[in-house]
Design a binder for this molecule. Structure first.
Ligand code: PEP
Ligand code: MN
Length: 367
């Protein structure tokens, strides 16, 4: 991996791309923490992480070593010159962390879901110059994520980054511990273009064998950094054992990462892209024209259905659309799932328009 320095130091989080945060899920013992830090101090990371208070899904799991671990983090900072970060979930955590000179704080996924709690945390850092990272909420709600970030902006925090750690699903679909739902961080980036967004492939995959693949994808989706859980003996970790990597594995993963840029100065490439984009723009114009025509047909169908006293939605017809469009997609080597999802949206809009036709005529009759 070739590190890409930013041209000027724009913020705490924009010193390199990828900005790498590594360290164990939990600070277990002083020895474990210092051993991890010693190994990571030569691995080109920007921030050392360790959970001091652990918000566990069920009681009885290891809930963190508490404030004593902040002293170990201080040692990490002084012995290895690493900047350190930990998760805070209550104003009392913030106060203790700040007293121990922690360089940056992060808000966990289970906290981001709660605006009251986030506001308490934001109030507790008001007037403090501390960089804050906000993990996505466990549910797929981009507004809630953005809202939590805005609460920190509003109290004057200058350096804020978002961390994409995936979203809870009922089952581990696609083999992920937490579903990545990439459109959500992409939407956040569209809304807040200057906000650095990091990816946490450890919590997304829950599986150390898949971290490299998700980290590469994040870089190719133009993420700004990575948070990767690192432990000297991952299998013995007191939390999240299956997803932690050794410092050596982290080094290999980072060395193997291809960091591509958003822009290029390659004129031939730029011209080819321009040609393809123009072609794509005209295809998109055709697609929109076709959709408009399809919607016109829907409205005419609404008239017929009203005249025949039929419902706007017919389950049998919808089954047929899913089947035939799915088959056509597969024949064209398109993902069936993608085309069906697209048709769900188109069909939904079509039904909405038909309902408007039925509804307006009903009102006319009632007059
Ligand atoms: C963690 O980073 O160890 C953690 C608990 O993260 P999350 O809030 O993403 O579950
Ligand atoms: Mn963890």
């Amino acid at each position: 991996m070739r590190l890409r320095p930013y041209l000027c130091k724009m913020s705490f989080f924009k010193t390199a791309r990828p900005f790498v945060i590594a360290g164990p899920c939990s600070a277990e013992t002083r020895e474990q923490l210092l051993e991890t830090a010693a190994a990571l101090s030569t691995k080109n990371i920007q921030l050392f992480r360790a959970g001091v208070w652990k918000s566990r899904t069920r009681p009885g799991s290891f809930e963190g070593s508490g404030p004593i671990a902040l002293e170990w983090l201080q040692e990490v900072k002084h012995q290895y010159g690493l900047k350190v970060t930990t998760e805070v979930a209550e104003p009392a955590h913030v106060e203790t962390a700040l007293k121990h000179g922690i360089d940056s704080l992060w808000i966990g996924a289970r906290t981001t879901v709660n605006p009251f709690q986030v506001q308490h945390l934001a109030d507790s850092v008001k007037g403090v110059d501390i960089p804050v990272m906000v993990k996505n909420p466990v549910n797929t709600d981009v507004d809630l994520w953005q809202g939590a970030i805005e609460r920190f902006e509003k109290v004057g925090i200058k350096d804020i980054a978002a961390i994409h750690r995936g979203f809870t699903g009922y089952r581990a679909a696609g083999g992920y511990r937490n579903q990545p739902n990439w459109p959500i961080p992409i939407e956040l980036k569209r809304r807040k273009p200057d906000l650095p967004i990091f990816c946490d492939p450890s919590h997304i995959t829950g599986n150390r064998d898949r971290i490299a693949e998700v980290a590469q994808k994040a870089m190719d989706m133009h993420f700004d950094g990575l948070m990767i859980e690192t432990h000297p003996r991952p299998d013995e970790a007191w939390s999240d054992a299956a997803q932690q990597v050794t410092p050596q594995m982290l080094k290999e993963l980072l060395d193997g990462l291809i960091v591509r840029d958003e822009f290029t100065r390659d004129m031939t490439g730029l011209m080819q892209l321009e040609y393809l984009r123009q072609h794509m723009d005209s295809l998109d114009a055709e697609i929109i024209d076709l959709i408009a025509k399809r919607m016109e047909l829907s409205e005419q169908m609404g008239e017929v259905k009203r005249a025949c006293n039929m419902t706007a939605f017919q389950p049998g017809r919808w089954r047929e659309i899913v089947e035939t469009r799915g088959e056509k997609a597969a024949a064209q080597l398109l993902s069936k799932e993608f085309i069906v999802e697209l048709y769900e949206k188109i069909h939904h809009e079509s039904i909405r328009r038909q309902l408007l036709v039925l509804d307006s005529k009903d009102k006319e009759i009632k007059k």
